[in-house]
Design a protein around this ligand. Structure first.
Ligand code: PGA
Length: 249
């Protein structure tokens, strides 16, 4: 049995008081999930220290939303995997569609970031997903396979250590969720690709992300290849995120 995983992606939201209140509510609600699942929050870099301090005693994990592909050096504004490791990060999201779109991140760059994270024992959460235009053109499979294949190629024998998140771009922040069947169909394609590459896909975690809410989470998480969720907007409200975690547990 694969463990379920629910990860909050706070994006560029939060403040010290709001974060402290949200994390306190999550900690108070533990166990957020049954024994078969894990919960994490991926917070803005500047809040990692405080998040680590507040979550240290609980069983909620934390991570970052990006990582530099470089180990160290003259890369103004970048944050290395070693720095994330020092902050106790368990995860780093890489290749989120917002970074691919607004920062022109290529499949190769995303793969290099995933490799940098793994090199420091941080699990990369590798996001893949098609735009509405690509879906309408019947390109969903080819797009997500191309995105994932770059990471598989770079990680090589370590590829089975990543978490994959299928996030259709048209479903992110739009309130328009993929149906459980639409999501499952893509997850099955991704798992088959991971199986062919690693031979260990049955133990790999493939998350769904894109307008997951308290009222649609259970149906999504019930699908055979959906192992949890990457939650944006709904991860900022304690009651909603707790309900989603419970739906996975
Ligand atoms: P959303 O975002 O839940 O707000 O749609 C998901 C994500 O971007 O990871």
């Amino acid at each position: 049995m694969r463990r379920k995983l629910v990860v909050g992606n706070w994006k560029m939201h939060g403040s010290r008081p709001a974060n402290a209140e949200l994390l306190a509510a999550l900690l108070a609600a533990r166990p957020l999930m049954g024994p078969g699942g894990d919960v994490a929050v991926c917070v803005p870099f500047v809040y990692l220290g405080e998040t680590a301090a507040q979550l240290a005693a609980g069983d909620i994990r934390w991570g970052a939303q990006d990582v530099s592909p470089h180990a160290q050096g003259a890369y103004t504004g970048e944050i290395s995997a070693a720095m994330l490791q020092e902050c106790g990060c368990r995860y780093a999201i890489v290749g989120h569609s917002e970074r691919r779109a607004y920062h022109a991140e290529s499949d190769e760059l995303v793969a290099a970031k995933a490799q940098a994270a793994l090199g420091r024992g941080i699990t990369p959460i590798v996001c893949v997903g098609e735009t509405l235009q690509q879906r309408d053109a019947g390109e969903t499979e080819s797009v997500v396979k191309r995105q994932l294949s770059a990471v598989i190629h770079t990680l090589a024998h370590c590829a089975a250590e990543m978490v994959v998140a299928y996030e259709p771009v048209w479903a992110i922040g739009t309130g328009r969720t993929a149906t459980p069947e639409q999501a499952q169909a893509v997850h099955a394609v991704l798992r088959a690709q991971l199986q062919a590459a690693t031979g260990h896909a049955e133990r790999m975690c493939i998350l769904y992300g894109g307008s997951v809410k308290a009222d649609n989470a259970a149906a999504l998480f019930a699908m055979p290849d959906i192992d949890g969720g990457l939650i944006g907007g709904a991860s900022l409200k304690a009651a909603d995120f707790i309900a989603i975690c419970r739906a996975a547990g």
